[in-house]
Design a binder for this molecule. Structure first.
Ligand code: F6P
Length: 545
């Protein structure tokens, strides 16, 4: 069943939400706590070792009820079932969307084009795990008989961001292998990576679903050339493997077919870290930890699929985000993880969210008259507090924030961790509560500041507060909890795309720039001349000079 074609803003529930918005938009979050002493209890969801506190948002329980009415009216439950069972919900590419199948149990059955895809998923995983074991335990030797020490993941977008984010996030669980990521076509960066490598002990993984991506193929060829300057073609199988769905192109590149880890067309790049694309992750943390990552995601899948919408974390996250995006006209959302391990998480989510939901054509092919996907940005706390939190506290924009933190630090450094997490909690309080004139006056008074100076300073030191945030507090950063966290955001993306009546799983918007770059490269290299606007023409001229 394809996804239903709807129009959220023509639904009755949307009208109800508009009326509700008029009523409550002037209410302050802080005041809502006074009105409902059970607000925290009513607006939090506990699941496994996750606590999600939605109570510091500009919502009431009624808002949630009305948003759930919207999802029911639009048929969200049926859409979720269609997604999980493999309906071709990526209609413009005629594909199923089944990253969820990659974390499914062996006993499940998911039929795509008449075939159960589960046995092959598990066979591929076994092949991947046994390859990883061999590299990790040193059985897989390089061309001079030495063990592999460095891994280079060559890929871009979804073939890079997921693996590099997870590898960094789970560094605590990593083994002796050093993993490098070559994504950008920037030759300087490639040379910096090469400086750290020894051809005898390096394994290159070329990750490209299409195996046509300019950046990846150019980088792969550069690494191959470098390798061949020390070795010979017959040694390539010991040092180059590929993850791709374009088997012929991989073989043409010179990779041994037994070193190809396949990728299916029902896995989108930005959702592919669970597939063979996660090879660099599995090498870094070992198969058993990779399995825990998959299990964490699987547990969140079950929660998403089976929980009542009222207690459903991804659904609630998505609906609140729609509330801000479409009723408060919020343009952006910030993601602030309070751990350096997750410092790549905001960039990872940027692709996942913005490539998925940055669309302005609806599922019927018509232009959309309402806002869709928001802008995702962020950085780790506390660094970001000393960088952009000024704007979050006193700027003119409404920016809902997800604070992500952990009860326990991995290295058990309690002193640091208590300071880190007190900042997390304090920021959520400060953003909501703010500081009024009287409080500022009292504070300055106590410092014995002259009254005229106090009066002058007051407007600058007032915090209006009422700035929303969601706190995501998890027991510890483990492969399992990280799997659940990522899967939680994947499902948030699905729900939003569904409600906005867009197709979340294609990315036609990235094609135009790629095509034009090819033309311009021809002009630069072959001195061809195409017609451009004066700005583009002069940029090319200046570059060539
Ligand atoms: O540029 C967009 C994109 O198609 C992403 O969706 C994808 O993750 C990335 O390029 C890499 O594609 P590939 O894995 O085919 O090299």
């Amino acid at each position: 069943m394809p996804l239903k074609k709807t129009n959220p803003i023509l639904s009755k529930s949307w009208e109800d939400l508009k009326i509700h918005f008029e009523k409550i938009s002037s209410e302050k979050i802080y005041g809502l706590f006074n009105k409902n002493p059970d607000r925290f209890k009513d607006l939090k969801i506990e699941w496994g070792n996750f606590l999600i506190d939605f109570s510091k948002n500009k919502i009431t329980t009624k808002t949630i009820d009305l948003l759930i009415n919207l999802s029911n009216e639009l048929g969200l439950k049926e859409a979720i079932n269609n997604h999980f069972k493999g309906s071709k919900i990526n209609e413009t590419e005629n594909r199923s969307v089944l990253h969820t199948a990659l974390r499914s149990e062996k006993s499940e059955e998911i039929i795509v084009d008449g075939e159960n895809i589960i046995p092959e998923i598990h066979e591929n995983k076994e092949k991947l795990y046994s390859f990883c074991e061999n590299v990790i335990n040193g059985n897989h030797k390089g061309f001079t008989g030495k063990e592999i020490k460095d891994i280079v993941n060559i890929g871009i977008g979804g073939s890079d961001l997921g693996p590099s984010m997870v590898t960094a996030a789970l560094a605590y669980y990593s083994n002796h292998l050093k993993v490098h990521f070559a994504s950008n076509i920037d030759g300087d960066h490639i040379n910096e990576i090469l400086k750290k490598l020894n051809p005898e002990t390096t394994l290159f993984i070329i990750v490209s679903k299409t195996f046509t991506t300019q950046e990846t193929i150019t980088n792969a060829n550069t690494f191959k050339k470098w390798f061949l300057s020390y070795s010979s073609k017959k040694e390539i199988p010991k040092h180059f493997v590929a993850v791709s769905s374009n088997i012929n192109a991989v073989i043409d590149f010179g990779i041994d077919p037994k070193n190809i880890f396949p990728m299916k067309d029902w896995v989108g790049g930005r959702f592919s870290l669970w597939s063979s694309v996660g090879l660099s992750i599995a090498l870094s943390i070992g198969p058993s930890n990779f399995e825990k990552l998959l299990n964490g995601a699987k547990d969140m899948d079950k929660h998403f699929k089976n929980s009542d919408f009222k207690k459903n974390i991804p659904v609630t996250l998505a609906l609140i985000s729609i509330w801000y995006n479409n009723f408060y006209n919020a343009e952006t959302e910030a993601i602030i993880p309070y751990t350096e391990y997750l410092n790549k998480f905001p960039s990872y989510l940027q692709q996942a969210v913005m490539e998925s939901n940055g669309k302005s054509i609806d599922r019927s092919g018509k232009s959309i008259s309402y806002q869709t996907g928001g802008i995702i940005w962020g950085a780790s706390g506390t660094n970001s507090q000393h960088a952009f939190f000024q704007l979050l506290h006193q700027g003119t924009k409404l920016i809902p924030i997800d604070f992500i933190g952990f009860k326990n630090s991995l290295h058990k450094n309690t002193e640091h961790h208590e300071k880190l997490m007190s900042n997390f909690i304090a920021q959520t309080e400060a953003l909501m509560k703010g500081k009024n004139k009287l409080e500022v006056k009292e504070e300055l008074n106590s410092k014995k500041m002259p009254l005229d100076q106090i009066e002058k300073l007051i407007p600058f030191k007032v915090f209006n507060g009422d700035r929303p945030s969601t706190s995501i507090l998890i027991d510890s950063l483990t492969p399992h909890s990280l799997g659940s966290l990522i899967s939680m955001y994947e499902h948030k993306i699905f729900v939003q795309g569904y409600i906005w009546n867009i197709f979340s799983y294609d990315q036609w918007g990235v094609e135009l720039g790629k095509d034009l770059a090819k033309n311009i490269l021809d002009e630069i290299k072959k001195n061809k001349k195409n017609k451009h606007d004066p700005s583009t023409e002069n940029l090319i001229k200046f570059f060539k000079k």
